[in-house]
Design a binder for this molecule. Structure first.
Ligand SMILES: *Cc1c(COP(=O)(O)O)cnc(C)c1O
Length: 370
């Protein structure tokens, strides 16, 4: 046995996933599982049950489907499996992940309307209402909760109210928020919520999951536009065969995810994890502002998960050099993703604590070369 310590990792990942995981999560992967065996399938069922209870207090009305691949595969599984041939999708977007849903819909030939709110404004319900009054053909509305492009937290409750009032099916990409902020799908009128193993639940990458209103998903038989991403078929197999996946599943990753769920409970649940993230993000943004940096988003739109920061106003600054110096100091940060300004990003989800943010700020100050 080698002595596995947290310092096996040469640096902390301050990224929006994959992210730094706990030693116990990584160690949970150190055995092999038979994908058809009862031991493994029971683990899958326990995960599905835990996820639905994390998503809503009305858990009897909802169900979970796990899907191989990264988070994008699960988003595509939903969009390509739940919209009927005569349906029409509306995507509200303000970043790359909203745009990606539009791209998927186009690949599958799904009639799609796009409302683009730019990169630094939250999506809003007033123009949505107006559009829904004009276009009765729209059947499904999709939005990203935490737009990882900028760190924007979109008002999914307001959008859910409108979706409910107009009787539309409501799809939320909660990839980088689920498990890190309290929410209740039933209260928010969400029919499909999508997330993945390697974000706020703090597992390792390899699969995504969809939490769905059971009565909605039950209508989706035969609607899928692909075989391997057929959400209904995957669900039916998991339901009928007690946690069986249709094709080879990422067994080690699934076992590590179970451990990550246990650790979420040990931390005190989603509310406590949210407090940690919020505290870390606050220390980070206030500390950077003290060091002369400017944050992209106003505080009221800022998520507790990832922060976009403007490049310092100096010709001597390059992101490449800054990145390398921080990596040497033990921190991996993230490039920016928006088109209208030069920014970089720092994530604070994962096995990352407020003290790590203090250490990062000290490293930023020490490595200032501009
Ligand atoms: C991470 C993420 C995804 C999925 O990205 P993958 O690279 O496919 O895991 C989708 N939407 C949002 C908002 C994300 O943060």
């Amino acid at each position: 046995m080698t002595n596995q310590t947290a310092t096996d990792n040469p640096y902390l990942l301050l990224t929006p996933g994959p992210l730094s995981t706990s030693q116990a999560v990584r160690e949970a992967m150190m055995r092999d599982w038979c994908t058809w065996d009862r031991d493994y399938n029971e683990l899958v069922q326990a995960i599905r049950e835990k996820l639905v209870r994390l998503a809503t207090t009305r858990f009897e009305e909802y169900t979970t489907v796990l899907m191989q691949g990264s988070g994008t595969f699960s988003v595509e599984a939903v969009l390509s499996s739940v919209i009927p041939a005569d349906g029409k999708l509306l995507v509200l977007t303000n970043g790359a992940y909203g745009d990606r849903m539009v791209q998927m819909a186009r690949v599958h030939g799904i009639p799609t309307e796009v409302m683009d709110f730019g990169e630094v404004s939250p999506v809003a319900e007033a123009p949505l209402e107006e559009l829904l009054e004009q276009d009765a053909a729209i059947t499904h509305i999709a939005v990203v909760h935490s737009e990882t492009t900028t760190g924007m937290l979109n008002p999914i409750a307001d959008i859910g109210e409108v979706a409910k009032r107009f009787g539309k099916t409501y799809i939320v990409d909660a990839m980088s928020s689920f498990g890190g902020i309290p929410l209740d799908m039933a209260e928010l009128h969400i029919d499909y919520l999508i997330s993945s193993a390697n974000k706020c639940i703090q597992g390792v990458p390899g699969f995504g999951f969809v939490i769905a209103k059971t009565t909605e998903l039950a209508t989706c038989k035969g609607r899928a536009r692909t075989l391997s991403l057929d959400l209904y078929d995957q669900w039916e197999t998991m339901e009928k065969h007690n946690g069986k996946w249709r094709y080879t599943s990422p067994t080690h990753v699934v076992r590590a995810f179970y451990q990550a769920l246990v650790e979420l409970e040990e931390e005190g649940g989603v509310a406590k994890r949210y407090e940690r993230y919020k505290r870390s993000q606050q220390i980070l943004s206030e500390g950077l502002e003290r060091l002369g940096f400017r944050i992209l988003l106003p505080k009221e739109f800022q998520s507790p998960f990832i922060t976009s920061i403007y490049y310092p106003d100096s010709a001597a600054f390059t992101f490449g050099a800054f990145y390398e110096r921080l990596k040497q100091a033990g921190f991996v940060i993230y490039p920016g993703k928006i088109s209208q300004a030069d920014t970089f990003r720092i994530g604070n989800i994962g096995e990352v604590y407020p003290e790590d943010m203090q250490r990062l700020l000290a490293a930023v100050e020490e490595n200032r070369f501009w």
